[in-house]
Design a protein around this ligand. Sequence first.
Ligand SMILES: *Cc1c(COP(=O)(O)O)cnc(C)c1O
Length: 391
Amino acid sequence: MSPPDPTPVPLQDLQRQYRQIAPEIDAAIRAVLDSGQYVGGAEVSRLEEEFAAACGSGFAVGCASGTDALWLALRAVGVGPGDEVVCPAYSFVATASTVALLGARPVFADVDPSTYTMTPQDARRAAQGCGRLRAVVPVDLFGLCADPPGFEALGEELGVAIVTDAAQSIGARDAEGEAAGSRARLGCFSLYPTKNVGAYGDAGVVVGRDPELRRRLRSFAAHGSSSPNVYEEIGINSRIDGLQAAVVRVKLRHLEEWTKRRRENAAFYDAELARAGAADSATPLDAGGLPLRTPRAPAAPARHVYHHYVVRVPADVRSALRAHLSDRGIATGLYYDRGLHQQPCFAHLGPQRLPETEAAARETLVLPVHPELGSDQRRRVVEAVVGFFQR
Ligand SMILES: *Cc1c(COP(=O)(O)O)cnc(C)c1O
């Protein structure tokens, strides 16, 4: 007997989110239309101030996307042709493609199987073969900080810049309670619509403290200009629209409440799946338990902000589980289904084995955890996941 047609449980529900804040958004957009400041302007300056404050950083520079944020930050710390940059192989392609776009070589490191992030030890191992290492790019993947104090120390030890890819981790905190991105030379954020704070289009932000880096970021994002009509270096056009800045300013005011909802949804999954016999990612699986691992929640003051809620199952059942959930209207995602070292665009770097990245790519599955998820919806997700293993 087939169950009644269920209402879908999407991976994101940006329309529901918009309906909840529509009066604020509509007023903010109208104010920009009335102001005549459509690129840059007062809204962008205010966003930069508020973003720096939210991240506990000295400054924030707005740009056109998270990808541009990475490109601008790497360029600002001096990455150029022939340099090497260590980054994790388990991430979104932009973490490494921006390195390659600057003529430098991405050097891929493996990740920790219990957090899915590159550790300082992983990075140090990857750096061993490098002769022209210029920067290391830790990724605060899925909303979990990748040991910022450890990377700060590694940057000093190796004498290279740490540029953190914090695209998925706005609002996260490290083991000492510091905000994601704030300890790096530069921290890079994406405001893509599905990120924890998203625009209604593309936008990105770089945060930091060094005024000289701020000057370089501003220059490279404005065609390399040093003063009106003078172009010191070749740069690009990477700006943030007034409309997007206004939207993001509204959404920043809701970030704490949305983060709380994400964390409540994750805690619900943690507890319910543990009750059904799942283990967390740092604990060995129980013989009689569920062959499923939940993400490890770090102890306070660290704070995971669950951009994605990632479970791990044996590779040979993952697609059947996805299909089972899909039949029940529940969307899932694969982030990521291969390592960056396995992407065709990096094939020229030569073959490489990164066992933890490859295993994670085969075994992880993302469940809906967004703040708009209703308690009925998240219960259905748990029932469907547990039901799959009890067939
Ligand atoms: C989204 C994302 C980016 C790129 O951001 P865009 O705004 O899409 O250009 C870079 N790195 C990571 C880890 C991301 O999740």
